[in-house]
Design a protein around this ligand. Structure first.
Ligand code: C2O
Ligand code: CU
Ligand code: CU
Length: 484
């Protein structure tokens, strides 16, 4: 055993006794925590609304089980991911967020079409350590049902807090009951843990490229096992909750039937060999195994060309295929289950384009300090201006439908995300076929563009748009918008 590993065991022995739970921790030679692998997949615990209301308290704090080990990672009320919140259109979420971290935090309901103001989905709030805040989030009664999620959004600490483990699923349901054998939340995070179970801080170069953790986790587990009988059909609600990493998902020997993107049902189920999720994206997929065996769900290298930087080859792009989970199919070989009927999707609000804007992701040299800043000497901005919460970058008249062209002259892809006003992707330089539905994150290719149709038909208020490589967002690639 290496000296580092031995030290890790000694340190952890004490921690294990004190915590009184979780197993023994061993470390690999690199001084990294050895994950527990292959446990049955557990869905996060669920909290369901009743009588039009979901009242709960979440405490953001240090200490949670990740990869089967007790760690110093972050959790909501001790768990990562936090509980899955299940609500219905028209519900009110009454959520008390307690901050037991040593830095400010807040909460964002990613993708929900709710008010961005006051004590609703307000990204400008700051909840200081040792304090609590009462959110009241009203979900409109015409809100679509689908897969959303929540995570911290305090500018400057967002990437660290997600990488630490703070994220949870948020499901809007009601009306539709899909005829499936089972449903799973598949919330994917990544992080790097040292031998003592502490989260390893990425260096400035890793932040610049967008950090990639050594461990990819599903519901906080390392390569969990999913059991299914041949002939069954499962619905997976997949959420890319990684701070900065795109995921190209593939299931060995299977197609994934995608039925929804970013909480919106597709007009028709789409059979895909590969489902690409930028950070923040969600995909609901149906899995219909027919033949017994064990199959890996993999995250393949993503499409983001980044080596043009010449600074961190492969930095933003995942360079190797990683197993996320394994699917074990039991029973006798059979024909695939029939596809369950999926709800008719809402159509994006129609009407003429009332305005056009161009928005550019920009990076430049000159972070000062010879590259010791958060961006590795790079500045990250939108339209050349680093984020300033006081400045308003776009004024939009409520009720307008705008066409936005997001350009990306930089040598790395950036996922564009706009709060509370989802958009239709009309076209991109990657020639991705449009889905005809509203989504809230789109990957804008390096040296490319994406053209969006954005209906500002509801939710008056001031909010933000940003790069969902959260290292970039924290470094200033975010801007403000006021629609009223
Ligand atoms: Cu998922 Cu502004 O965030
Ligand atoms: Cu968001
Ligand atoms: Cu970016």
């Amino acid at each position: 055993m290496s000296r580092r590993a031995a030290l890790g065991l000694m340190g952890l022995g004490a921690a294990t006794v004190a915590a009184g739970t979780a197993g023994w921790i061993t470390t690999s030679d690199g001084g990294r925590l050895e994950p527990v692998t292959g446990q049955p997949l557990r869905d996060p615990s669920e909290m369901r609304s009743g009588g039009g209301r979901l009242a709960l308290e979440l405490t953001a704090g240090v200490g949670t089980v990740l990869a089967g080990r007790r760690t110093q990672a972050l959790g909501y009320t001790g768990s990562s991911p936090g509980p899955t919140l299940r609500v219905r259109p028209g519900d009110e979420i009454a959520l008390r967020l307690r901050n037991e971290l040593d830095q400010p935090t807040n909460l964002h309901t990613h993708g929900l079409r709710v008010s961005p103001e006051g004590n609703s989905d307000n990204p400008f709030l700051r909840i200081d350590p040792g304090t609590a805040f009462d959110y009241r989030i009203t979900i409109p009664s015409d809100h679509p049902t689908g897969t959303f999620w929540y995570h911290p959004h305090h500018h400057g600490t967002v990437a660290d807090q997600l990488y630490g483990g703070l994220a949870g699923a948020l499901i809007v349901e009601g009306g539709e009951e899909l005829a499936v054998s089972a449903e799973h939340t598949v919330l994917i995070t990544d992080t790097t843990l040292d031998a003592e179970g502490g989260v390893v801080t990425p260096d400035p170069m890793q932040r610049m490229a967008g950090r990639q953790g050594e461990l990819l986790l599903v519901n906080g587990q390392h390569q969990p096992a999913i059991d299914v009988a041949a002939g069954d059909v499962q619905r997976w609600r997949v959420i890319n909750a990684c701070s900065s990493r795109a995921l190209a998902l593939r299931l060995d020997d299977h197609v994934l039937t995608q039925i929804a993107l970013d909480g919106a049902y597709l007009p028709a189920p789409a059979a895909r060999d590969r489902v690409l999720l930028a950070p923040g994206n969600r995909a609901d997929v149906l899995v219909r195994p027919t033949r017994p065996g064990t199959y890996a769900l993999r995250a393949e290298p993503d499409d983001r060309g980044t080596t043009a930087m010449g600074m961190n080859p492969g930095g933003t792009a995942t360079t190797s295929t990683t197993t996320l989970a394994t699917l074990t199919v039991t029973g006798a070989e059979t024909a695939p289950a029939a596809l369950p009927a999926t709800p008719v999707p809402e159509s994006a609000p129609s009407g003429p384009i009332t305005g056009r804007r161009q928005i550019a992701f920009t990076m430049g040299m000159g972070g000062g300090m010879g590259g010791n800043g958060p961006g590795g000497g790079m500045t990250f901005a939108i339209d050349g201006r680093p984020y300033d919460p006081v400045r308003t970058d776009q004024y939009v008249a409520l009720g307008s439908i705008e066409e936005w062209t997001i350009t990306n002259p930089t040598p790395m892809a950036h996922p564009f995300h706009l709060h509370v006003w989802p958009f239709e992707v009309l076209a991109t330089s990657a020639a991705t076929p449009p889905t005809g539905t509203l989504q809230d994150v789109v990957l804008v290719p390096a040296q490319g563009w994406a053209r969006l149709r954005v209906p500002f038909t509801a939710q008056p208020g001031r909010s933000v748009y940003h790069c969902h490589v959260l290292d970039h967002e924290d470094a200033g690639m975010m801007a403000t918008i006021d629609a009223r």
